[in-house]
Design a protein. Sequence first.
Length: 225
Amino acid sequence: MLSISTKGAELQRNDVLRGVSGWAAAALLALGACQCVAAAAPPPPPDKPAVKAPLLQLGPGDSVSIQVYGQPDLSTTVYVGDDGTVSVPLAGNIQVAGLSPAQASSRVEAALKTGKILVDPHVTLTVTQTRSQRVSVLGQVGTPGRYPVESNTTIFDLLAQAGGITAAGSDIVYIIRLDKDGKEIRYPVDLKGLANGSGSIHAMSLQGAIRYSCPRRNSSRSTAR
C-alpha cells in the first residue's frame, strides 16, 4: 500500500511539472511572437525638411522675358500683373508670384503641355527688370527704410534713395544676405574704394539681399546689424 501511495504521489508530481513546462513554453512562444511583431513594425517616417523660399522671387511689376524654344510666336516679354500672373500666348494667365525664374519656367511648360499646345515645351524665363524686390537700409543714413532694388540698381543708388550717409556714418557698409540654409551672411563694402576704383564689390548682384547696414564711423565691426 505504501508503494502504491508513493507511486501515486510521483505521478501527481510529474503531472504538475508537465503543466509548468507547458505554461513556460506557452509564455516563451508568446514572448517570441511579441518580439517578432516589434521587429516587424516599420520605423517612423523621417521629418520632411522645411521648404525654403527662393532667394529671388517674382512679384508684381517685374518684367520677364519668356522664351519658348523653337516657338518664336509664343516667346514674349511681359510684366507680372498685380494679381501675380503673366500672360502667355495661347496658355493664358499663369500664376508666378513668389516663384523663382526656374520654377516659373517649369510652370509655364506645364501649362503649355496640359493645354495640349505643345507636346514637349522647353521654356526659359529671365528677369529683365525687377520692381518687386525691396530691401531695408538701416543705420547711419538720412532716411532708414525699405527701398526698391531693380536689376541695374547700384549700392550708391540705394544709399541715395535712403538720403545718403550721415556725417557719423562709416565708409564701410554691409550687405546682408541669407544663404541656402537661411543663415545671415554679411559682406563688407568699402565705399571709398568703390568710388575711386581701387575696391570691388562681391560678385553677386545686389538683388536678393535682405538688408543694408551703415554703422557709425570707427565702429563698423561692432555695430553692423
